[in-house]
Design a protein. Sequence first.
Lengths: 314, 675
Amino acid sequence: MLRLFFTRLLAVIPLMFFVGTVVFFLVQLNPVDPTAALLGDDASLESIAQKRAELGLDKPLVTQYTTWLGSAIKGDLGNSWFTGEAVTAELARRARVTFSVVFGSLLIAIALGVSLGVVAAVKSGRWQDRLVTVVSSLGIAVPNFWLALVLAAVFAVQLGWFPAIWTKARTESVGGWLFTILLPCIALGMASSAAIARQTRSAMIGVLQQDYIRTALSKGLPVRRVITAHALRNAAIPVVSLVGFQLSALIGGAIFVEFIFNLPGLGTAGVDSVLRKNTPVTLGFVMITTFVVVLANILLDMAYAWLNPKVRKN
Amino acid sequence: MVEPTTLDSQVSLEDVAPDSQETEESLGGGQRFRRRLFRNRVAMTAGGFLLLLIAVSLIAPWLTSHDPNQATNFADFHEPAFSEYLLGTDAVGRDIYTRILFGGRYALGAGLIATGLALAIGIPLGLTIGYFRGWADRIIMRFVETVVAIPAVVLAIAIIAAVGSGLVNAMIAIGLVYSMIITRLTRAQVFAAREELYVDGAIAAGANSNRIMFRHILPNIAPALIVQTTLLFAQAVLAEAALSFLGLGASPDQASWGRMLDNARTNINTTIWPAFPPGIAIFATVVSFNVLGDGLRDAFGREARGGRIGIGDVEKAKQTDSNTPDSSALVSVRDLSVRFPRPGTTDDITVVSNVNFDIAPGEIMALVGESGSGKSISALSLLGMVPDPGRAAASAIMLEGQELTDLDFDELRSIRGKKIGLISQEPMAALNPAHTVGRQIIEPIRYHYGTSHADARKKALELMRKVGIPNPENRIDSYPHQFSGGMAQRVVIAMALSCEPSLLIADEPTTALDVTVQGQVLDVIGDLSRELGVAVLLITHDLGVVADLASRVAVMYAGEIVETGKLTDVFHNPQHPYTEGLIKAIPRNESRLGTLPTIDGVVPPPWEWPVGCHFAPRCPYATDDCRRGPVDLTPSGLSITRCIRASELQLAGVGADRLEIGATPAPASSEEGAE
């Protein structure tokens, strides 16, 4: 199992190289000129030329690429063209915010989604099932940025129960931190909860029809044990695949939630870097996101193998 | 669409179950699809809403007197709804209602661009790599899998970074990302379709690759693509709103719903109202596409069956006549009946009626009949496991002097597994694929007796040895898929015996197994029954299986026991024409007789069972008297039978020239030995 993990991890290296290279050249197509934004509209030609030389933009594209790649291999992703801060330092700081929101919403999504899905399947055809089915069909269609907007407007702006502005001081204690990310997590996790509930329900319904559930019942086991040890264990297999997709969706969705709740996360930096052509930050943003998603998928594949003995050997 | 009443497939009662698919199968595919779709009211409502949205978007300028981008009166900012302005105005005085109408254009247009591009790239690419496979397939799929794993929004932002922002650019970016999903789906479908015979047929007919891909494969994989496209359209509408909200999509002079939400966001401290109309518009559109997609999937696919843990216990019924249970028997069943609600009606149909039987301690009794006769469900009643929505009632089910009727689920748990073990038809399906076989054998021992894990494991090893699994120490931690069918059935037998029950229910224990191992598994059951003194209720449709195992037999037809007696008596002197038919159908003599005789027809569905003798429609000896009214069980010859002509008919049993009961090995293994 551990060997599988490390061989899969090794395969990430060429992928990161590939993603970095593609995005590097893709970004060059962006017509925006960062120096104009940096120096203002009335900057002199000399100062623009000086700035371009400073950023290394006067060199041929291939040289720019090899320079970037050379330091990227050493773990240096360059400095932000606008703030001058090291990209790794800035993104590491912001990743903390983004991934606590993503992780929090994933927890909400799994806890809520799986329990609702199980209830709906066990009570299939009854009112509990119909309620979960309707709520999850609707919930899956609620845009996270709209929900975030409404939650922010109602609970932060109008009622004032939650902070509307992110402050460093407030986030220094664990309680304050949880309090700050609670609304973003709910906004982000809601659609995923609905998706996971739907998947869990249909997987559970499929599993509950299997003969081995009848076998488990024929042994005289209580319903709770039949559901947890026999049904859920098997129903979890397709749910785990879905969690992989959802994680990816949550990382994407985090951009919007950060934007609305003014959280200094990766997404805001990424979007801002694209709009202003802050190339080092764009590259760092795409690479960190890719890395985390791929890493999470490796972990999920391992969970998948653990749940499903049939694939363990391959 | 869950059918309100479907009998569970597990109980091999499908034939009894009125299967709505049967009748629908006779309709053409397209007709069936349309009927199912039109019957799905929710999907039809969603489809109607979307048609309305398309119409409204097309004629938007004629539905309003305001301009979507210009305030009619600049002083009218943040006007409330239902005033002069139907949905109020935004921060710069633009009419929200008008902007919502025009927003539909951007949402639908964006969805068309994104899904259109995704299909245009994904279908040819997926068809090609799926059809030709090889290295191109491997490289492209590697790429596709990676791209699909990355958040779509992040990828779209990266592409927008290159091509610049704007509604069309943003949707091209989204379309490129979605084309990966379509490629993957198309390829997977082609892989499956290539296995199908129709592709071979087209190749044999000399069609070229293009023709096969687009004329033969594409129409067959279209349902999956249509469903996925509908769902992707919903995602595209969301993506348009999301990217416009970030300022990467629609420009400020395009009244996109996402743009409207962004405007609402900047004024959120003043009023929250302008966030609602565009939010609800996005939500309703996305829900409608999702629901329509789900409806299409249901209409294309097989209907889902209900799946709750649907088992019921047996109610206490009034005793008929002086039908008292036999206190000396291990199991004594009296007046057992099972009813199911009939789909589409409020009536119940009776699938089992007036079943009585006794099993003596250590005795092997066979319950024989074709599928649909009600034998499995009668046996499951003993465990209180009548599949939902069936309702069982009996005047008595006595097990070792304990009355089992009216016990609830939890009270019955001390019977299940502990007093009565169950062996089912398909060992691979009966074992949980996620747990080792050891764990599954140990579970009931620990559960019922609280035995320590080490002791229970020891006991499991001993049981595995007893049922003839070689090297149990090496096999106990294996998973079910690592066993052959015959070995898996031995595991199931070990599991059923783990708590030393006094009765085993063996429900068609060899039907799903290879002919070569059927005899061995039956031997294991017979030997262990004798060795451990466990009684067995053997359920089978094959009288041949019964021959050397059972000492008594009950023959069931259409929910009733039609003949019961000692095995030798029933075999040599059958009293019921149905028994005679079953004896003729024993596959023993097929080589000698040339063809295998069968009983004409099948067991009819329960609502077609006649008032008179249930077997009369298929009986070669039936007269008008037989059809007149219900027939009772009466003693005849050496057994008890449900036939009014029993005394006058000379039915053919197993003659001396055909077999000696109990002396020959099981038919399957004897066939093996002969060849």
